[in-house]
Design a protein around this ligand. Sequence first.
Ligand code: NAP
Length: 294
Amino acid sequence: MQRIGFIGLGIMGRPMCLNLLKAGFPLTVFNRTAERMAAVVAAGAHAAASPRAVAEQSDVVITMVTDSPDVEAVILSEDGVINGMSRDGIVIDMSTISPLVTRRIADRLTEKGVHLLDAPVSGGDAGAIAGTLAIMVGGDREVFATCLPIFQAMGKTITYVGGSGMGQTVKLCNQILVSVTNLAVCEAVAFAAGAGVDPLVMIEATRNGAAGSWQLANLGPKMVARDYAPGFMIDLQQKDLRLALEAAGEMRLPLPALSLVHQLFLSCQRNSEGREGTQALIKSLQRLSGPSES
Ligand code: NAP
């Protein structure tokens, strides 16, 4: 069985590690804030002192950190994965980052004979805990095939989508779909309430028809209940929308609906709602419409 290394034991990384251990993989871990490794070490993982030390003890190293510069830091720095990996080793970055940065990192690793797969995920912390993540994988197809049992330990829908960076590109498509649909749900809830229809009744009446969506079924009732606790935080969503808009800008591809959602989320961030769930998007609409006319 491949020896796995895992870097970044946050909300997502921790349960993903527990599922790898459950599947029987030998696991070495590193987290910048050392005390966050305790639960995974108690479950059987070995703690290492740096990303480089993780790589020295692993055949496959997974990174699950925040943003593009963080992935560059844990892989490419002096104490990074690149300086600990053996030739033909495999790095799998499961963070959501820029497709361009992914390709840059892949080129640097290739110079050392190390393979990179980009394998961002969707499904939130609930999917990470249940081992049912959707995983979108870019990179070499044969390398992907050798890593399939690793992905199967953490996810359910595992899709090879193309060459290096394509996993990140498909993840950004996922974020475009999720965000623009979220705004449609906000508008329908506001419209129903404004017109005197119980928005929960509206959701029940529409959710199984052509307008049905995960956002309508899950975020809609939270908007109605004014429950803004985060499933997925606005600040993290904004990072993904920024990545999508930057990549679209590089292609000179207008994404007007996504730009609008990004602007409305800025209003939420300005009003200290960045750590609330993405359903708090409806508050930006409420600020636009102001107090009731009656
Ligand atoms: P998180 O809870 O904030 O964890 C981030 C992890 O990255 C922490 O372990 C943190 O270490 C580490 N880290 C960040 N910058 C670092 C650096 N420069 N050097 C070393 N370690 C660093 O975030 P998360 O929710 O697990 O998300 C991780 C990735 O998954 C993100 O790219 C996110 O967009 C993506 N994602 C998240 C979700 C979700 O629902 N949360 C869903 C799909 C995809 P410390 O403990 O020291 O801070």
